[in-house]
Design a protein around this ligand. Structure first.
Ligand code: SF4
Ligand code: SF4
Length: 431
């Protein structure tokens, strides 16, 4: 079977390496096994970082004898990066897993190809389709359509509809048009798709908080960061989205580019890896300059944590680490500094705050059983800490945790970090 395009070369913590050299850095010591959620949940070697690295290595050596089993093992990876954080050699297992998936799949799923085409050619059409889908959901039509979707083999869409309980009345762009404000050059808000289309209150809160902390800035009509296209094998689509964002950003003024979904922010910071092939040096340098300007909103809030007023009142408050924020961007102390400044005595560390909640992009929809097992473990941690408020910074975590608390621990609620900070500052977009 002819696979999709692969990157071939990766940016690792030890420098640029071929995928084969990166996979060969795994000494099979097993030190990372207990950090891996899919291994600890199943006990299966193939579902461990060591097992997955071995699969990719065999594949690159042309010795793979069970492509179906390999694809199952690689597809079950959350891409959470906990293994890389635990590994002394910093083996980039998530990037290797993606390389393996690309080599084993003939093409990206049809839905991802269609979505990427729309994001590139006609984002307004995508917005209109989204608004129609939201209207159908509010009218209860999407619920009725779930069995039909499942019968048609589109179970992922039915799962998505089931997981997302509420959709907004208006997307972020429409909210902004209703209340335009003065603009400045201190920062540029990069609207990730989650806050932009599903959690506009978080997007509005991010803008309000940035304005309070850093003075006037602005939103520029950015494209999707390309993470979904990248993770599902549409490499050229992801590159094209990256090129457009990079080109646009070169006219955005000198301030930081701030994104309020850690998955998106981490991917924007990794843009240089998309341009490692021969002949791409120019784009690589531009991607490096772009990536150096990107900040996760949490980083900005942490820098100004001393200026955040204490605002307890939401009960025992915990921080949930998103995988891409923690393992992708290395943000461990920053969010806790923010939550402590605001919650004061009410802040608590919950057991396994750093464990994946099972959301992981589309993982919750594609591997619902494994995802639910991880979700129940996460909710148990929140319950053990008697949490009432759990603060998070990534879209798929917000969807997944909201569902988990609804089902297993209704005493707690999840809130986006920007809404949490906005509430402390007395901004109107807070909860
Ligand atoms: S990924 Fe790292 S920690 Fe895990 S088995 Fe390989 S070398 Fe050891
Ligand atoms: S990225 Fe996460 S799920 Fe995948 S091998 Fe590493 S620790 Fe396990």
């Amino acid at each position: 079977m002819e696979g999709m395009e692969t990157l071939g070369r990766l940016l690792t913590d030890l420098g640029e390496r071929s995928a084969y050299d990166a996979a060969s850095q795994c000494s099979r010591c097993g030190y990372c096994e207990q950090a891996c959620p899919t291994y600890t949940a199943t006990g299966r070697e193939a579902y461990s970082p060591r097992g997955r690295n071995q699969i990719v290595r065999l594949m690159l050596e042309g010795k793979l004898d069970d492509p179906e089993g390999a694809l199952d093992a690689l597809s079950s990876c959350l891409l959470c990066g906990a293994c890389t954080t635990a590994c002394y050699a910093k083996v980039p297992t998530p990037d290797l897993v993606l390389e393996g998936r690309r080599a084993l799949r003939a093409r990206a799923p049809a839905a991802v190809r269609a979505l990427t085409r729309l994001q590139l050619r006609s984002p307004r059409t995508l917005e209109r389709l989204l608004k129609l889908a939201y209207l159908a959901k509010r009218l209860g039509l999407s619920r009725a359509a779930r069995p039909v979707l499942r019968a048609l083999g589109l179970g992922v869409l039915a799962e998505m509809d089931e997981h997302v309980r509420r959709v907004p009345e208006r997307i972020f762009d429409d909210e902004r048009r209703r209340a335009p404000g003065p603009e400045g050059e201190n920062w540029t808000y990069f609207a990730p798709c989650g806050p932009r289309y599903l959690f506009p209150r978080a997007a509005l809160a991010t803008q309000s908080v940035l304005k309070r902390l850093r003075g006037p800035g602005r939103f520029r009509d950015n494209r999707c960061c390309g993470l979904l296209a990248h993770n599902y094998g549409e490499l050229e689509g992801a590159r094209e989205l990256a090129r457009r964002n990079i080109s646009e950003a070169e006219s955005w003024g000198p301030g930081p580019i701030v994104a309020d979904c850690s998955s998106c922010a981490a991917f924007l910071k990794s843009y240089p890896q998309l341009f490692l092939s021969p002949g791409q040096d120019g784009w690589r340098r531009r991607a490096q300059r772009f990536a150096a300007r990107v900040r996760d909103a949490v980083e900005i809030y942490a820098q100004d944590a001393a200026r955040l007023p204490p605002a307890p009142g939401l009960g025992a408050t915990c921080w949930h680490d998103s995988c891409r924020g923690l393992n992708g961007e290395g943000l461990k102390d920053e969010p806790r500094r923010v939550a402590r400044a605001i919650a004061g005595e009410e802040f608590r560390e919950m057991p396994r705050a750093d464990a994946c909640c099972g959301g992981a992009g589309a993982f919750a929809f594609t591997r619902p059983e494994l995802s639910d097992e991880l979700l129940r473990a996460k909710v148990s941690g929140a319950a053990a800490a008697q949490a009432r408020t759990v603060v998070a910074g990534s879209t798929s975590c917000l969807i997944q945790l909201a569902r988990g608390f609804r089902m297993y621990y209704p005493d707690a609620e999840v809130i986006h970090i920007s809404e949490y900070v906005a509430r402390a500052l007395g901004e109107k977009h807070g909860p």
